[in-house]
Design a protein around this ligand. Sequence first.
Ligand code: BG6
Length: 476
Amino acid sequence: MKYKVLKDFPKSFLWGASTSAYQVEGAWNEDGKGLSVIDKGKRLEGTTDFKLASDHYHHYKEDVSLFAEMGLKAYRFSIAWSRIFPNGTGEINKKGIEFYNNLIDEILKYNIEPIVTMYHFDLPYVLQQKGGWSNRDTVDAFENYGKTLFIHFGDKIKYWLTINEQNMMILYGTAIGTVDPNLKNPQKELYQQNHHMLLAQAKVMKLCHEMCPNARIGPAPNITAVYPESSKPEDVLAAKTWSSIRNWLYLDTAVFGMYNSLAWSYMQEKEYIPTILEGDMEILKAANPDFIAFNYYTTSTVAKSKNDESDINSTGDQHIAVGESGVFRGVSNPNLEKTEFGWEIDPVGFRNTLRELNDRYNLPLMVTENGLGAFDRLEGDDIINDDYRIDYLSKHIEQARLAITDGVNLIGYFPWSAIDLVSTHQGISKRYGFIYVNRDEFDLKDLRRIRKKSFYWYKRVIESNGECLQSKVKEI
Ligand code: BG6
């Protein structure tokens, strides 16, 4: 639809940026922190581990002051569960509470809204040794962890996110590094883990409403529109199937408290149906998210399955549709350009995704990740000309504004990432930040913080409340 006038971003719009604890903090074993599954995981050859990352743990004051200089209205970060509970449950690590209290105070000092992700991939390793999310006790451990966060930080945090990209942990956990390599029947167990995470999420959402009545809480999956390769009805069916398995399975349970019927049929067919105890569905139903947070990087294009192994794209990762024989075939979209890492770039797909979420759930939406991973180059005089990132983000912001004009209730936008950090499986060389961290995969250099060109650009975007973008809004 072509609009004569576009609606503005709301005055209270949360212009933010995101990070996650294990990808940015470092200090992996300092001040009583326990190990997480990430600390124990294997790294791909040639990529760094997460021991030091961007050393934000020791640089947080400097980093937050740069976020303030950039004009951030909000900053999304995650709390490392194993910094609060080194063993996942049991005794609290006071130093962990102290660190996050200091961080939150520092953020609030600049009138930036702190947005907390409770769990971003880094399950405490001690819990993993006891079966991780396959063990129902982990649900209680998460509820107890959530309660502890609400007790200690509840008076300062208005927006809580439960679990980051639960769907990616279930579907692509091996690529991300969250799947226990010792699982005997991984697929089946992962859907049991999924059920436990859904219960854990529902419990903390309810608890948050009871303990922090002024706060808001929501899930944070990775959601994307799924396109059929062609207008063939069979391709359209395959796209809808994949969308149910990838997207709606997670959000229908979080919002409506029920399993998506198509995803359920898929689990039945594959013999992945989890054990659901009496009362579980009531637990899911009793939780009501206040908003949906979601991460968006690209869309997914699929075709009818050929019912053989050729459906499976072995080079896929969380953003390159892998495909599954008998279910769908992941294909690339010839209409889209790709990043250096092979992820398709689809700003219009962002608007499609926002509209689909709005139609389906009619809740406020918060985009908690969106960004471009690239090999940035540090030039002389500390210059990083990341025009490609500006181009990517500005095109997505244009589409966000169009979605708002369409009627979507979008309350915030958080590019990934506020500052350079270590990618889930492609090292620090795959950079996303507005602020460059001077280190390489194995040479830690001086960890100097350097403002990229996109830093100044985003500052202008925020100052102008989204008016001042590089390229013009196109008529669609
Ligand atoms: C999301 C995660 O999957 O995408 C982030 O929530 C991650 O943790 C981001 O860093 C980008 O993915 P990657 O694999 O390039 O780090």
